[in-house]
Design a protein around this ligand. Structure first.
Ligand code: ACO
Length: 323
């Protein structure tokens, strides 16, 4: 059993919804500008005291129910997040305890910002291919609202909080056909939170604790790299664009998504869109979108899905999957 198959999906969004009109009261922006430039109408924001672990737990429980596995069957937990509860332990370790998994399976976080879920899926897929795991919980979970400067209109209108999860199981047939992960650290200054633990909290300037982005330049690279990685995934599997039923892209901006769909010659009816309701939830956006389309009956067993994400680093990645 050398392939990883999606056994079940789950997701969770915090209760509080922040509308574009709410943001008009915080910064010099407008509902019209946000909708036109990004496609975003609203986003969910974690309540005070609600953390990434809380969101991850809810998404995980939904995915485990959908997969029909026992928590004791899970033998690896990988969580993609850029907004963990603590410096350590990892969110994955804490989730293991919350779920009551006492089999001492490995649990760790990966950090690749908005490409994080593609990275986590790639890691999990390789564990299963190597025979090192059989049932893997893979999660993207973020409370990105905590690292936003709510006075910076360039960034605060774009992001939201949420979590999405999948349970992967070892299978004789794919499942995940391939994953493709990339990074280019030369672009780090275009999209980053400049400060962190190692540079010392005491010297941290207020704005250095928050996301900074040169949106225009990020946009251009995102369109280019998303297009390239999609071609790479198809070529590796000797597949044509017409072999893909669904595109489940990272939900950063409707214009980036439309550009990728055009390159794939896919009609927008084959693209799962949640950006209007969720905003950019970073590592959570792909599994959230996947779960929405599985639960509303659009994505069916046997259909072929292309997932792709792009984020700070820069990092980017894709996965070609038969659901
Ligand atoms: N409301 C009103 N005006 C605004 C706002 C706002 N919220 N934000 C910026 N503007 C202004 C700018 O100040 C600028 O004004 P100026 O012309 O007077 O200087 C004008 O709007 C145009 O700004 P641009 O940056 O050129 O606008 P653009 O069309 O590029 O849209 C956006 C900006 C939405 C950020 C876009 O560039 C984008 O989506 N970039 C990619 C983001 C992304 O994909 N991130 C990926 C991963 S995220 C992660 O990894 C964490």
């Amino acid at each position: 059993m050398k392939h990883a198959k999606i056994l079940g999906t789950g997701s969770y969004l915090p209760e509080k919804v922040l509308l574009n009109s709410d943001l008009e009261k915080l910064v010099d922006t407008s509902d019209e500008w946000i909708r036109e430039r990004t496609g975003i109408h609203q986003r969910h924001i974690a309540a005070e005291g609600e953390t990434t672990l809380d969101l991850a737990e809810n998404a995980a429980r939904n995915a485990i129910d959908a997969a029909g596995v026992a928590v004791s069957d899970i033998d690896l937990i990988v969580i993609a997040t850029t907004t963990p509860d603590c410096v350590f332990p990892s969110v994955a370790s804490m989730l293991q305890a919350r779920l009551g998994i006492i089999n001492e399976c490995p649990a760790f976080d990966v950090q690749a910002v908005c490409a994080g879920f593609a990275y986590a899926l790639g890691v999990a897929d390789n564990f299963i291919r190597a025979g090192s795991a059989k049932v893997v919980l893979v999660i993207g979970a973020e409370t990105f609202s905590r690292i936003l400067n709510w006075k910076d209109r360039n960034t605060c209108v774009l992001f939201g909080d949420g979590a999405g999860a999948v349970v992967l199981g070892a299978s004789d047939e794919p499942g995940i056909h391939s994953t493709h992960l990339h990074a280019d650290g030369r672009y780090k200054d275009l999209l980053h939170v400049p400060n962190g633990v190692s540079r010392g909290y005491d010297v941290m300037q207020q704005e250095e604790a928050f996301v900074q982005m040169r949106g225009n330049e990020v946009f251009r690279m995102a369109v280019k790299k998303m297009g390239e990685v999609v071609e790479e995934a198809l070529a590796q599997n000797n597949m044509q664009k017409s072999d893909v039923d669904w595109l489940v892209p990272h939900q950063a901006n409707i214009r980036i998504i439309k550009a990728t769909a055009r390159k794939l010659q896919m009609d927008m009816s084959q693209v799962v869109l949640t950006v209007q309701n969720h905003g950019n939830t970073s590592a959570a956006s792909i599994p959230l979108a996947l779960d929405v389309a599985v639960r509303d009956g659009r994505i069916k067993r046997g259909e072929r899905i292309l997932l792709e994400g792009f984020g700070g680093g820069f990092t980017w990645g894709a996965a070609l999957i038969t659901y």
